[in-house]
Design a protein around this ligand. Structure first.
Ligand code: PMP
Ligand code: GLN
Length: 386
């Protein structure tokens, strides 16, 4: 095959995702997997039933419409209205995707030209770097630093250049658990308007904000026309395998994202779209109950991690806790995570893989708490032996 590398240079170094690597390690060693973020309890039984019913009734077993089934687009628009007072036309301003992952890919592939700069909160969720690279654009890290991980707005201003095309936000933020405050969002929005930037915002943990409530940047002055908002059913309804996501934005932005999306998957998850339409209409108690349950689990795990000697950064949102392993006499999160299954039968994620600035993330390690109480308790007991 000659000497030319098979993998093109845009994807060079991206290799296997850390989630795949660490979940495989968990399976191979029989460890408790607090790495990849997926719940070990499925979502509401009536929503699972709705998917079964859709398949039996022949709903979505053939290609659904390209933008998503009308029932789901309507339910997404209703959800944005109900929780945030944001109005979107289900026919032109909502697009159903194969999870948030495809929405991110389609948005970046559609909106970026080679050479554009994308400012993204660092640490970044792994698919951001890959999709920015596939679009031929350049990522510009806006680094969040321990211990509080608050964004430095002066730094953001300094990072903007004439080549900046897009700000890529993620709130609540994976892996730090940061939730951008209304004041921080307003400052970001002002800069976006001043410099005429697009904003792509990944809000998949929108229903996992523990104290302050979730604030979509699309609701701020001047932002509706420049913001692509992304979410998905995986986290909110505990069906991460269904891969139903969505975009809400103005009609021209949705049309652009749809153009890329139709050549990625075209469509996906027909019957699940019907079920997710029902899920989005669950009563407020579902969403409040889910949040309360995860908050309880957060406290269970953070107490245990502290007792085990980790420095714990309590997350304001998401179902992840970032820790620092320095107090355990450890320095290197990657080494630590590779050895952890052997040492005590637990798997975690080294945050350094989400950084360009390796020093900023070297000693940070992420644990998820979307697991049954007894699993969290056992994990904590094992980590206590370190
Ligand atoms: N964005 C973030 C920040 C995530 O943590 C994840 C993982 N669920 C995704 C996007 C991907 O979402 P989905 O599974 O809906 O593709
Ligand atoms: N979002 C999940 C996490 O951060 C992982 C999803 C994936 O495996 N790509 O753990």
């Amino acid at each position: 095959m000659g000497t030319r590398p098979l993998l093109n240079r845009r994807l060079h170094g991206l290799g296997t995702t850390i989630f795949a690597e660490m979940s495989a390690l968990a399976t191979a060693t029989g460890s408790i997997n607090l790495g990849q973020g997926f719940p070990d309890t499925d979502g509401p039984a009536e929503i699972a039933e709705a998917a079964v019913r859709a398949i039996r009734d022949g709903h979505g077993n053939q290609y659904p419409p390209g933008p998503g089934i009308p029932e789901l687009r309507t339910a997404v628009a209703e959800h944005q209205q109900r929780f945030y007072g944001l109005g979107y036309d289900p026919d032109t301003e909502v697009l159903v995707t194969a999870g948030a992952t495809e929405a991110i890919a389609a948005a970046l592939l559609a909106l970026l030209e080679p050479g554009d700069e994308v400012i993204a909160l660092e640490p970044f969720y792994d698919s951001y770097a890959a999709c920015i690279a596939m679009a031929g654009a350049t990522r510009v890290p806006w680094t969040l630093r321990a211990p509080d991980f608050r964004p430095d707005l002066d730094r953001l201003r300094a990072l903007i250049t004439p080549r900046t095309r897009l700000l890529l936000l993620n709130t609540p933020h994976n892996p730090t658990g940061l939730v951008l405050t209304p004041a921080e969002l307003a400052a970001v929005a002002e800069l976006a308007v001043e410099h005429d930037l697009l904003v792509v915002t990944d809000e998949v943990y929108e229903h996992l904000v523990f104290a302050t409530g979730h604030h979509p940047i699309a609701a701020l002055p001047g932002m509706r026309e420049r913001t692509v908002s992304i979410s998905s059913a995986g986290k909110t309804f505990s069906f991460t395998g269904w891969k139903v996501g969505w975009v809400t934005a103005t009609a021209p932005l949705v049309a652009a994202v749809r153009t890329a999306k139709q050549y990625l998957t075209y469509v996906s998850a027909g019957p699940f779209q019907y079920a997710v339409a029902e899920a989005l209409r669950l009563p407020d108690e579902y969403f409040a109950g889910f949040r309360a349950e995860l908050l309880r689990k957060r406290d269970l795990l953070s107490t245990g991690l502290r007792a085990a000697g980790f420095q714990v950064f309590d997350p304001e949102g998401t179902y992840f806790i970032t820790t620092d392993i320095t107090p355990l006499g450890e320095k290197d999160g990657l080494e630590f995570c590779r050895a952890l299954p052997e040492r005590c039968g637990v798997v975690a994620i080294p945050n350094v893989v989400f950084y360009d600035d390796a020093e900023a993330g070297r000693s940070l390690v992420r644990f998820t708490f979307c697991k049954r109480d007894e699993i969290l308790a056992e994990a904590v007991a094992r980590l206590g032996r370190l």
